[in-house]
Design a binder for this molecule. Structure first.
Ligand SMILES: [Zn+2]
Length: 367
């Protein structure tokens, strides 16, 4: 079981759960959305409870196996009334289930961060902390921001920086005294510099940006990648388009040395009620880094296709994120009509990712 502790130095220390002390494993999930029918489909009025135990059940073995699992939470946990699109507030059970699945870090800077004003930002952070989840991207106040950002994850003697930004907040103002990290290239450059001053040896940006439902990259996505190239960032992971977008490896020079910047523009939805073209699937991104000499470097990476199966029985819907492999090999059985929908999305997403340097099996970047 992974635990993250806040030390006096404000680094988040992660005891290792993997065998190799020279390798740190990361897993990234895309958008965790909470649409109205997802929120209420399992509501039990007798006990006044919500049951989301199915959501991550089939990916728990993948998520809990890595050193650090990170996901984007595209809702607030602002309390009642619980609402879906367009102003999200989900029951706290969502945070509980993320923790149960093995997620460690929740990125909160996205276009729905301000959906419920100040209480939405503050209470979301409080609930994530209550359930033992580390968070990055939005802050209750400037003190918290200054003390906790950039997020430095410390494990196996390494310090890894995780930065998180959103292109915007759907036109909603950022509530007074709170902080929501916006894509601002000058600020990102400053944050990268600060991360290095804090000792970060590997730098990750989780960006919330892109054009929804299409493959064409947005201005914000390109801006973040340009900053990443210029300042020697190691990994950029994206979400927001609700569909999977391509993965690139970009050779860059940093301090006179060649290295690879890995960019996954959009992981698509991890879970949602969206059913239109290709929004019902996504990918998990697994990235391992390795200590070589005194440096931590990109070691190997792969993607894992997932699909959201909506089981309908007794008038209730249950949502399950299922790895494609478990559907294909029959470990998870679903009705034929659902299988056909799954397979269409799986084939489409594979056609997007197949030309990329990454595959469904590990691709190695070091000898
Ligand atoms: Zn979004």
């Amino acid at each position: 079981m992974k635990n993250i502790f806040l030390t006096l130095l404000c680094f988040f220390v992660i005891p290792s759960n993997a065998q190799d002390s020279n390798v740190i494993s990361f897993l990234f999930g895309g958008d965790v959305m909470t649409h109205y029918s997802q929120i209420f489909s399992t509501y039990d009025p007798k006990t006044n409870t919500f049951d989301y135990s199915t959501w991550f059940h089939h990916i728990k073995d993948i998520v809990s196996k890595v050193d650090v699992a990170i996901v984007n939470l595209e809702t607030t946990l602002a309390g009642k009334p619980y609402t879906g699109y367009p102003r999200f507030s989900a029951p706290d059970t969502v945070a509980y289930e993320l923790k149960q699945a093995g997620f460690d870090v929740v990125a909160t800077a996205n276009n729905h961060s301000c959906d419920r004003g100040k209480i939405g930002i503050v209470r979301t952070i409080q609930q994530l902390e209550k359930f033992g989840l580390t968070h990055v991207g939005t802050y209750k106040d400037s003190n918290e921001y200054l003390n906790e950002y950039p997020l430095i994850l410390e494990m196996k003697g390494a310090k890894v920086a995780l930065l998180n930004y959103t292109y915007g907040t759907n036109g909603l103002p950022i509530p007074e005294s709170t902080v929501v990290n916006l894509i601002d290239t000058t600020q990102i450059a400053k944050d990268i510099k600060k991360a290095r001053e804090l000792g970060a040896e590997f730098i990750i940006i989780f960006m919330h940006a892109g054009r929804e439902y299409v493959q064409e990259l947005s201005r914000h996505q390109k801006l973040v990648v340009e900053v990443g190239k210029k300042y020697g960032v190691d990994l950029i992971v994206g979400a927001h388009p609700h569909v999977v977008q391509r993965i690139d490896t970009i050779p860059i020079m940093w301090k006179g040395q060649h290295k690879t910047l890995l960019v996954a523009y959009s992981l698509g939805n991890l879970i949602s009620n969206q059913r239109f073209k290709f929004t019902d699937g996504g990918v998990l991104l697994r990235v391992d880094i390795k200590k070589v000499g005194d440096c931590w470097k990109l070691y190997r990476a792969k993607y894992i296709h997932t699909w959201v199966y909506i089981e309908k029985s007794n008038g209730k819907k249950r949502y399950w994120v299922v790895p494609a492999e478990k559907i294909i090999n029959g470990e998870v059985k679903i009705p034929e009509t659902d299988y056909n929908k799954f397979y269409r999305t799986y084939q489409h997403n594979e056609s997007i990712l197949k030309p990329s340097p990454l595959k469904q099996e590990f691709v190695y970047f070091l000898d």
